[in-house]
Design a protein around this ligand. Structure first.
Ligand SMILES: Cc1ncc(COP(=O)(O)O)c(C=O)c1O
Length: 400
């Protein structure tokens, strides 16, 4: 470590006086995610709710699902919510419901979870990627024009890590070109864009309730929100074997219903989502303030328009894999979202993209490191993570 780096590290640590409580060898376990802690206060409520589902035998669809649909639609400020089996189903059935078909193109971003592109591919349409904004890591609206063709039918902005994409210019571009907008809000339950809830600005918003999400089920679950009654009807039929009523099949559908037990659990957890998101935001502020003086670490940026809900708190560092190993050795759980952008995944080789096609998404994939983030994180855990990150990152090349 150079002298300059050493003095910078001392200065940074002095800046966080409490951190000195830890000796250099102090080892604490900080999980990446602690679902057990998150569920502990509600165990009795979950027991009661699951018992009610068992007693009423409403296992697939049914009254618990309908109740959750109403509650989630109201939470989002949307006319309808349609509960489905998972977030991938939500995206896929929405695109099918909008009529996306073979030969169509759908524009999205390369730095997302593969499900966004899978849903497009499952409609036999082609995913077309555009690069992202270097600050928000979400779709750069200025990139849309050059990817537009006669085949383009829809745009899927992804509200990555819990921060909404810059929706107004995306919606304006879509309107001007007659395109649908489907928000991938799988990571953004309760996030806001200029006061509007994520998922409610386009033709539809798609959510995942995978257990680790800000609103997570006890297994697989997802939902679509929309204000369009026709789209709602289509998705309701598609998720349930194309039935308009029992055993009358208007179209070839699939089985993507939500389980009653998942809906009952989600109804309980939804009541605590705002509070949990508030805690995530508080922890994010604490991380960002404590890491602000460390030149080797870039902390996440919250856009003026956004209420970020920090599903993921991702810093950027050079030599990310070395830093990650160092954190893991010291008991700090961390993760990489995502190590390979979608256009460079083996599964997308047929799309013909080469390395260098989306330089911002590619450099983010090399630098992102997600730190522990869950509502029950303690001050002591945050301080320990900050200390470990600081010590691991100092000496790495500074990011600009
Ligand atoms: C951005 C994004 N889109 C879609 C999905 C798919 O959701 P699910 O895993 O519930 O199918 C996820 C899940 O991780 C996601 O993060």
């Amino acid at each position: 470590m150079s002298g300059a780096q050493a003095s910078r590290s001392t200065r940074s640590l002095d800046h966080n006086a409490q951190i000195h409580r830890f000796t250099p060898n102090h080892k604490m376990k900080v999980p990446f995610l602690d679902l057990k802690a998150h569920h502990a206060p509600f165990i009795e409520k979950f027991d009661r709710a699951i018992r009610e589902v068992i007693e009423s035998s409403a296992f697939a669809g049914g009254p618990f699902v309908e109740k959750f649909e109403e509650e989630f639609a109201e939470f989002c400020g949307s006319s309808f919510a349609i509960a489905v089996g998972n977030g991938t189903d939500a995206l896929w059935l929405t695109l099918l419901g909008l009529g996306i078909d073979e030969g169509d193109e759908v524009i999205t971003v390369p730095n997302t979870f593969i499900a966004t592109a899978e849903a497009i591919t499952y409609c036999k349409a082609r995913p077309v990627f555009v690069d992202v904004d270097p600050n928000t890591f979400t779709m750069n609206p200025a990139e849309l024009e050059k990817s537009l063709t006669e085949k383009t039918k829809a745009i899927i902005p992804v509200h990555l890590f819990g921060q909404p994409a810059d929706m107004d210019p995306i919606l304006e571009f879509a309107r001007a070109n007659g395109l649908f907008v489907v928000e991938d809000a799988a990571q953004a339950h309760g996030a806001e864009y200029k006061g509007r809830k994520a998922g409610t600005m386009g033709d539809a918003g798609c959510f995942s309730f995978y257990p680790g999400k800000n609103l997570g089920a006890f297994g697989e679950a997802g939902a679509v929100v929309t204000n369009d009654p026709e789209l709602r009807k289509q998705i309701q039929m598609l998720r349930d074997h194309g039935q308009s009523r029992k055993y009358y099949h208007a179209l070839m559908g699939w089985n993507c219903r939500m389980d009653g037990i998942q809906a009952a659990v989600l109804s309980i957890k939804l009541r605590h989502l705002d509070e949990a998101n508030g805690l995530r935001r508080k922890h994010a502020t604490e991380y960002s303030q404590a890491l602000a003086g460390i030149d080797e670490v870039l902390t996440p940026f919250e856009a003026m328009y956004a209420r970020h809900v920090y599903h993921v708190y991702a810093i950027r560092v050079q030599e990310r894999d070395v830093v990650a190993r160092n954190l893991q050795d010291r008991g700090v759980g961390c993760a990489v979202h995502y190590p390979v952008p979608i256009h460079l995944q083996e599964a997308c080789r047929n799309l013909g993209y080469k390395k260098g096609a989306f330089p911002i998404a590619e450099s983010l994939a090399d630098q992102f490191l997600s730190l522990p983030m869950f509502p029950e994180l303690t001050k002591e855990q945050i301080e320990y993570v900050v200390r470990c990150v600081t010590e691991a990152a100092i000496g790495a090349e500074a990011l600009v």
